[in-house]
Design a protein around this ligand. Structure first.
Ligand code: PXL
Length: 279
């Protein structure tokens, strides 16, 4: 069997346990070679720190992609997260076309919004364009807020019942995404989970809902999902595995209020490694 190699494109937040600083260790721990393309370099993530630096690396992307094309470098999957500009969305599509092996997977985590709001610096136009990237995805991994922004669905204040969730997934699927893993679904007060739409059917996976929501958990989820998928898990099984790992990572952080900026996923890695690396 040939080992898988993937490319992940997202920012380096130097401090803050999100994006590349979680994707690289998690996917590597899953036994999958992980190449990176940083979309931007920030001193910290944007969720709670003040005065962070931000260097947009959009200008470097075409030349980096061009070099890989010339060298014949290929990936079994490209997984994208936080992107630094609208231009990057087009560059990413080109890099996918030029570097994916035949049948290679496009995994897109929109990574631009949560709790009903876009992250600082993003616009409705960016969200619309991210919708077009999700439209070419084999697997799109939005949370409810991101799915709403990409599809022009009002987020509203009301609890999101099954009818709302099913029609929201329909709308993301209508963008063109082949599979949709919708994160942050909850129909009962103490249960949280994901809805996985594949081949026109939705399957749910619920786990306990912890009191505190934490930063960077979407990136942890998408990274573990990608690692498990590349190790041969079916989409639904990878979605469940990633959910369990994310909850475990959050539990490892409970009780340490000084660790407000992210979760201690490192402490949960051994369980993920055991579950994903079968060989
Ligand atoms: O975890 C998503 C994320 C990634 N990168 C940066 C962020 C955020 C969320 O706020 O600010 C820079």
């Amino acid at each position: 069997m040939s080992d898988k190699r993937i490319l992940t494109i997202q920012d380096i937040s130097c401090v803050g346990q999100c994006s590349l600083t979680v994707a690289l260790p998690i996917i590597s721990a899953c036994g999958v070679e992980t190449a990176i393309l940083p979309s931007a370099v920030l001193s910290t993530h944007t969720g709670g720190f003040k005065g962070y630096t931000f260097r947009d690396l959009s200008g470097d992307m075409p030349a980096i992609g061009g070099h890989w094309k010339k060298e014949g470098i290929r990936f079994d999957a490209v997984y994208t997260g936080y992107l630094g500009s609208i231009d990057q969305i087009g560059y990413v599509q080109t890099i996918m076309e030029e570097t994916l092996v035949p049948g290679g997977l496009r995994i897109v985590d929109p990574a631009m919004a949560d709790h009903g709001r876009l992250y600082y610096g993003f616009t409705d136009e960016f969200a619309r364009r991210m919708g077009s990237l999700c439209g070419i995805a084999d697997i799109a991994l939005p949370n409810i807020t991101e799915a709403c922004f990409m599809t022009g669905t009002p987020y509203g204040e009301e609890p999101k019942d099954e009818a709302f969730i099913e029609s929201l997934i329909d709308r993301v699927a209508d963008l063109g995404a082949k599979c949709v893993v919708l994160k942050g679904v909850s129909y009962e007060p103490d249960r949280l989970g994901v809805a996985v739409r594949q081949d026109g059917k939705t399957r749910y996976y619920f786990h306990e809902k912890l009191e505190k929501s934490s930063h960077g958990t979407g990136d942890i989820y998408a990274s573990a999902f990608t690692g498990a998928l590349m190790q041969g898990f079916a989409v639904y099984d990878a979605a469940c595995c990633a959910a369990d790992f994310t909850v475990e990572s959050m539990k490892k952080t409970l009780g340490d209020d000084s660790h407000w900026y992210g979760v201690k996923f490192e402490k949960a890695l051994p369980s993920l490694v055991r579950r994903v690396n079968k060989g």
